[in-house]
Design a protein around this ligand. Structure first.
Ligand code: DX5
Ligand code: ZN
Length: 222
Protein backbone atom coordinates (compact mmCIF):
# COMPACT_ATOMS: atom_id res chain seq x y z
CA UNK A 1 0.00 0.00 0.00
CA UNK A 2 1.56 3.29 -1.01
CA UNK A 3 2.01 5.94 1.66
CA UNK A 4 1.46 9.59 0.80
CA UNK A 5 2.77 12.58 2.69
CA UNK A 6 0.91 15.84 2.05
CA UNK A 7 2.53 18.86 3.73
CA UNK A 8 0.05 21.52 4.85
CA UNK A 9 1.04 25.00 3.73
CA UNK A 10 -0.94 26.41 6.65
CA UNK A 11 2.40 26.11 8.46
CA UNK A 12 4.40 27.66 5.58
CA UNK A 13 5.46 31.28 5.08
CA UNK A 14 2.37 32.97 3.60
CA UNK A 15 4.38 35.61 1.73
CA UNK A 16 6.71 33.05 0.13
CA UNK A 17 4.39 30.30 -1.07
CA UNK A 18 6.26 29.69 -4.33
CA UNK A 19 9.52 29.12 -2.49
CA UNK A 20 7.78 26.94 0.10
CA UNK A 21 6.11 24.83 -2.60
CA UNK A 22 9.54 24.18 -4.09
CA UNK A 23 10.99 23.15 -0.71
CA UNK A 24 9.05 19.83 -0.59
CA UNK A 25 9.89 17.92 -3.81
CA UNK A 26 9.73 14.65 -1.85
CA UNK A 27 6.02 15.14 -1.05
CA UNK A 28 3.07 13.59 -2.88
CA UNK A 29 0.51 16.40 -2.86
CA UNK A 30 0.32 19.83 -1.25
CA UNK A 31 -2.42 20.17 1.37
CA UNK A 32 -4.21 23.52 1.12
CA UNK A 33 -6.45 24.51 4.06
CA UNK A 34 -9.28 26.80 2.98
CA UNK A 35 -11.05 28.37 5.98
CA UNK A 36 -13.93 30.83 5.81
CA UNK A 37 -14.25 32.16 9.40
CA UNK A 38 -17.73 30.59 9.57
CA UNK A 39 -17.35 26.82 9.50
CA UNK A 40 -14.18 27.30 11.57
CA UNK A 41 -13.10 30.38 13.58
CA UNK A 42 -10.14 31.14 11.32
CA UNK A 43 -9.60 32.65 7.89
CA UNK A 44 -6.97 31.63 5.35
CA UNK A 45 -7.50 32.05 1.63
CA UNK A 46 -10.04 31.35 -1.06
CA UNK A 47 -10.51 30.44 -4.66
CA UNK A 48 -8.31 33.10 -6.25
CA UNK A 49 -5.34 32.15 -4.11
CA UNK A 50 -5.83 28.45 -4.77
CA UNK A 51 -6.05 29.14 -8.50
CA UNK A 52 -2.69 30.89 -8.37
CA UNK A 53 -1.11 28.18 -6.18
CA UNK A 54 -2.27 25.62 -8.73
CA UNK A 55 -0.50 27.57 -11.49
CA UNK A 56 2.87 27.65 -9.72
CA UNK A 57 2.84 24.39 -7.74
CA UNK A 58 5.05 21.55 -9.01
CA UNK A 59 2.86 19.14 -7.01
CA UNK A 60 -0.88 18.44 -7.31
CA UNK A 61 -3.12 20.19 -4.78
CA UNK A 62 -5.07 18.46 -2.02
CA UNK A 63 -7.64 21.12 -1.08
CA UNK A 64 -9.29 20.80 2.35
CA UNK A 65 -12.38 22.98 2.48
CA UNK A 66 -13.31 24.08 5.99
CA UNK A 67 -16.17 26.21 4.73
CA UNK A 68 -19.94 26.49 4.97
CA UNK A 69 -22.04 25.59 1.94
CA UNK A 70 -19.53 23.46 0.03
CA UNK A 71 -22.40 22.40 -2.24
CA UNK A 72 -22.17 25.90 -3.68
CA UNK A 73 -18.45 26.66 -3.40
CA UNK A 74 -16.52 23.38 -3.75
CA UNK A 75 -16.99 22.89 -7.51
CA UNK A 76 -14.96 26.05 -8.18
CA UNK A 77 -11.88 24.39 -6.68
CA UNK A 78 -12.27 21.46 -9.05
CA UNK A 79 -12.63 23.90 -11.93
CA UNK A 80 -9.29 25.57 -11.18
CA UNK A 81 -7.60 22.16 -11.32
CA UNK A 82 -7.21 20.90 -7.76
CA UNK A 83 -6.46 17.18 -7.80
CA UNK A 84 -8.39 16.46 -4.60
CA UNK A 85 -11.28 18.53 -3.27
CA UNK A 86 -12.32 17.48 0.23
CA UNK A 87 -15.39 19.03 1.89
CA UNK A 88 -16.75 18.55 5.42
CA UNK A 89 -19.57 16.09 6.07
CA UNK A 90 -20.96 18.47 8.71
CA UNK A 91 -21.33 21.30 6.18
CA UNK A 92 -23.19 19.60 3.35
CA UNK A 93 -26.70 18.24 2.90
CA UNK A 94 -25.90 16.25 -0.23
CA UNK A 95 -22.45 14.65 0.11
CA UNK A 96 -22.94 12.05 -2.61
CA UNK A 97 -24.34 14.53 -5.11
CA UNK A 98 -21.46 16.91 -4.42
CA UNK A 99 -18.86 14.14 -4.78
CA UNK A 100 -20.38 13.21 -8.15
CA UNK A 101 -20.22 16.84 -9.27
CA UNK A 102 -16.56 17.11 -8.25
CA UNK A 103 -15.70 13.90 -10.10
CA UNK A 104 -17.56 15.07 -13.19
CA UNK A 105 -15.33 18.16 -13.14
CA UNK A 106 -12.22 15.97 -13.18
CA UNK A 107 -11.25 16.14 -9.51
CA UNK A 108 -10.98 13.43 -6.90
CA UNK A 109 -13.69 13.85 -4.26
CA UNK A 110 -12.99 13.70 -0.54
CA UNK A 111 -15.18 13.87 2.55
CA UNK A 112 -13.84 15.06 5.91
CA UNK A 113 -15.16 14.19 9.37
CA UNK A 114 -14.46 16.16 12.54
CA UNK A 115 -13.27 14.10 15.53
CA UNK A 116 -16.78 13.86 16.98
CA UNK A 117 -18.61 13.01 13.74
CA UNK A 118 -19.85 9.43 13.33
CA UNK A 119 -18.82 7.68 10.11
CA UNK A 120 -21.54 5.01 10.14
CA UNK A 121 -23.96 6.87 7.88
CA UNK A 122 -21.31 7.28 5.18
CA UNK A 123 -20.03 3.71 4.97
CA UNK A 124 -22.70 2.55 2.50
CA UNK A 125 -21.62 5.26 0.06
CA UNK A 126 -17.90 5.06 0.61
CA UNK A 127 -17.16 4.18 -3.02
CA UNK A 128 -18.59 7.57 -4.04
CA UNK A 129 -15.43 9.13 -2.58
CA UNK A 130 -11.75 8.96 -3.48
CA UNK A 131 -10.63 10.02 -0.02
CA UNK A 132 -11.98 9.94 3.53
CA UNK A 133 -10.33 12.52 5.79
CA UNK A 134 -10.48 11.52 9.43
CA UNK A 135 -9.63 14.68 11.38
CA UNK A 136 -7.34 14.04 14.34
CA UNK A 137 -7.82 17.58 15.70
CA UNK A 138 -10.74 20.01 15.65
CA UNK A 139 -10.39 21.81 12.31
CA UNK A 140 -9.32 25.44 12.37
CA UNK A 141 -5.73 25.68 13.50
CA UNK A 142 -2.34 24.06 13.02
CA UNK A 143 -0.10 23.01 15.87
CA UNK A 144 -2.73 21.16 17.92
CA UNK A 145 -2.32 17.86 19.72
CA UNK A 146 -3.19 14.59 17.91
CA UNK A 147 -6.38 12.96 19.29
CA UNK A 148 -5.74 9.26 19.60
CA UNK A 149 -9.40 8.74 20.59
CA UNK A 150 -10.28 9.00 16.87
CA UNK A 151 -8.39 5.78 15.99
CA UNK A 152 -11.36 3.37 16.41
CA UNK A 153 -13.24 5.36 13.73
CA UNK A 154 -10.21 5.17 11.44
CA UNK A 155 -10.00 1.40 11.96
CA UNK A 156 -13.69 1.02 11.12
CA UNK A 157 -13.24 2.82 7.80
CA UNK A 158 -10.01 0.95 7.02
CA UNK A 159 -11.75 -2.39 7.59
CA UNK A 160 -14.60 -1.47 5.23
CA UNK A 161 -12.21 -0.27 2.53
CA UNK A 162 -10.13 -3.45 2.79
CA UNK A 163 -13.12 -5.84 2.91
CA UNK A 164 -14.67 -4.27 -0.18
CA UNK A 165 -11.33 -3.93 -1.99
CA UNK A 166 -11.90 -0.24 -2.65
CA UNK A 167 -9.35 2.32 -3.82
CA UNK A 168 -10.24 5.00 -1.26
CA UNK A 169 -7.42 6.96 0.36
CA UNK A 170 -7.60 7.21 4.15
CA UNK A 171 -6.23 10.55 5.24
CA UNK A 172 -5.42 11.83 8.72
CA UNK A 173 -4.88 15.52 9.45
CA UNK A 174 -3.84 17.24 12.66
CA UNK A 175 -0.95 16.76 15.06
CA UNK A 176 0.92 14.32 12.82
CA UNK A 177 4.61 13.98 13.68
CA UNK A 178 7.16 11.17 13.83
CA UNK A 179 5.47 9.64 16.90
CA UNK A 180 1.78 10.02 16.07
CA UNK A 181 2.23 8.90 12.45
CA UNK A 182 3.05 5.44 13.82
CA UNK A 183 -0.30 5.29 15.65
CA UNK A 184 -2.27 6.47 12.62
CA UNK A 185 -0.43 4.12 10.22
CA UNK A 186 -1.11 1.15 12.47
CA UNK A 187 -4.81 2.11 12.55
CA UNK A 188 -4.94 2.02 8.74
CA UNK A 189 -4.26 5.53 7.44
CA UNK A 190 -2.29 5.75 4.17
CA UNK A 191 -2.28 9.50 3.52
CA UNK A 192 -0.79 11.85 6.09
CA UNK A 193 -1.12 15.62 6.34
CA UNK A 194 1.50 17.41 8.41
CA UNK A 195 2.02 21.14 8.80
CA UNK A 196 4.14 22.21 11.72
CA UNK A 197 6.15 18.99 11.90
CA UNK A 198 7.35 19.59 8.32
CA UNK A 199 7.65 23.35 7.84
CA UNK A 200 8.95 24.12 11.34
CA UNK A 201 12.04 22.01 10.66
CA UNK A 202 15.21 23.13 8.91
CA UNK A 203 14.85 20.61 6.09
CA UNK A 204 11.21 20.07 5.04
CA UNK A 205 12.11 17.75 2.14
CA UNK A 206 14.11 15.46 4.40
CA UNK A 207 11.36 15.52 7.04
CA UNK A 208 8.82 14.36 4.41
CA UNK A 209 11.08 11.42 3.58
CA UNK A 210 11.52 10.56 7.23
CA UNK A 211 7.76 10.63 7.88
CA UNK A 212 7.11 8.41 4.85
CA UNK A 213 9.69 5.85 5.97
CA UNK A 214 8.20 5.73 9.45
CA UNK A 215 4.64 5.33 8.17
CA UNK A 216 5.67 2.66 5.66
CA UNK A 217 7.37 0.63 8.38
CA UNK A 218 4.17 0.61 10.44
CA UNK A 219 1.43 0.28 7.83
CA UNK A 220 -0.46 -2.91 7.03
CA UNK A 221 -0.97 -4.00 3.44
CA UNK A 222 -4.54 -3.34 2.35
C1 DX5 B 1 -6.31 22.07 10.71
C2 DX5 B 1 -5.84 21.83 9.31
C3 DX5 B 1 -4.59 21.05 9.20
C4 DX5 B 1 -3.38 21.74 9.80
C5 DX5 B 1 -2.50 20.67 10.38
O1 DX5 B 1 -7.59 22.57 10.68
O2 DX5 B 1 -6.83 21.12 8.61
O3 DX5 B 1 -4.33 20.68 7.86
O4 DX5 B 1 -2.64 22.47 8.87
O5 DX5 B 1 -1.45 21.29 11.06
P1 DX5 B 1 -0.52 20.47 12.06
O6 DX5 B 1 0.17 19.39 11.28
O7 DX5 B 1 0.41 21.51 12.57
O8 DX5 B 1 -1.42 19.90 13.13
ZN1 ZN C 1 -6.28 20.30 6.65
Amino acid sequence: MPIRINPSILAADFVNFERELNSIPTADLVHVDVMDNHFVPNLTFGLQMVKRLQEVSPLPLDVHLMIDDPDRFAPGYAEVGASFVTFHAEATQEPVALARTLRSLGAHAGIALKPGTDVTGYLDHIDEFDQILIMTVEPGFGGQRFQESVMPKLRTVADVVRERGLDVWLQVDGGINEKTIVIAAEAGADTFVAGSSIFATGDPAEQVTRLRETATAHSHAH
